[in-house]
Design a binder for this molecule. Structure first.
Ligand code: HEC
Length: 274
């Protein structure tokens, strides 16, 4: 039965290669609702814990003393520390950078680039003659954690403007998600759609819907807070594919697509995961 639904869905996806992003998003929600009829789709912002009662209890216990709390504090301090020229991060963002995470990534009409929040943070630094920070963990991820924290409860609102370059970036991200790669020849969708809710060795697999709402994430395995693109690299490595550089065009496009799929869902970052 499950296989049949997947087959039907794939046919729909292929038939709708030229579906609009909004049609894609609604089809994705329908897919998960059909797969998990009793599931409140809003729960999928909590990743695998939407599907796994046992793991969910352990996670809720962890959330009693959130391991990302220090990162938020350190991020706040770093965010408010002026650059050598006296300017601050707040000067680079709408609303002083508070409660804006739902608008990322966005398409920059001027440059034609996809701008993720981390990309914008480092651009703010280099525009103010500061050295860029490493992309995946550390101060950049802490600042992102603080900014995500001020955006909690807002609904994801990624916009694809009426510009062929924006749509092309979205389509490239979508293609990435559905393309098999690595020695194991797995696409993102093989694990996070077809096998969502199932076990892969010791891990239960989360679903694509809601995967972008809660970053950055403190992972016990990392022992620190890290960005979504760190997770992309890890998922690439898992299937023995060569990961892309963090904030490469490919990963920014992937994040654009993935985030759009979570549009309308509540932001709940930073989060904790095993
Ligand atoms: C071989 C299976 C597999 C493939 C293929 C795979 N992943 Fe994952 N992914 C996992 C596992 C296992 C986890 C950890 C359990 C979980 O949270 O789903 C994970 C976690 C994630 C998470 C974090 C979810 C959360 O709630 O914190 C994201 C985001 C993610 N993967 C994105 C991707 C993307 C994008 C791709 C394609 C480049 C991909 N994955 C390909 C196995 C896979």
């Amino acid at each position: 039965m499950k296989k049949l639904i997947v087959a039907c869905f794939l046919t729909v996806m292929m038939a709708s290669a030229h579906a609009t992003p909004e049609q894609d998003r609604l089809a994705l929600r329908a897919f998960f609702q059909e797969r998990f009829p009793k599931l409140d789709l809003n729960e999928m912002i909590n990743g695998l814990y939407a599907f796994d009662e046992g793991a969910r209890e352990q996670w809720l216990e962890m959330e009693d003393f959130p391991p990302y709390e220090i990162a938020i504090e350190e991020g706040e301090e770093a965010f408010n520390k002026p650059f050598a020229n006296g300017k601050t991060y707040a000067d680079c963002f709408a609303n002083g950078g508070m409660g804006v995470k739902q608008d990322f990534p966005y398409f920059d009409v001027g440059t034609g680039e996809i701008i993720t929040m981390e990309y914008a943070i480092n651009k703010c630094r280099t525009d103010n003659d500061e050295e860029p920070l490493p992309w995946l963990v550390g101060e950049l991820a802490q600042i992102a954690a603080y900014m995500a924290y001020t955006s909690r409860g807002n609904k994801m609102n990624v916009v694809i403007p009426d510009d062929p370059r924006a749509l092309a970036a979205y389509e490239a991200g979508k293609e990435y998600y559905y393309t098999r790669r690595g020695q194991l020849e797995f696409a993102c969708e093989n694990c996070h759609m077809q096998s969502a809710g199932m076990m892969l060795r010791a891990d239960r697999l989360s679903g694509m819907l809601g995967q972008a709402t809660h970053w950055p994430v403190y992972r016990s395995k990392w022992g620190e807070i890290g960005t979504i693109q760190k997770r992309f690299q890890e998922c690439n490595s898992q299937v023995r594919a060569k990961p892309y550089e963090a904030q490469s065009q490919e990963y920014r496009q992937l994040e654009y697509f993935l985030s759009y799929m979570s549009n309308g869902m509540e932001l709940n970052g930073p989060a904790s995961r095993r």
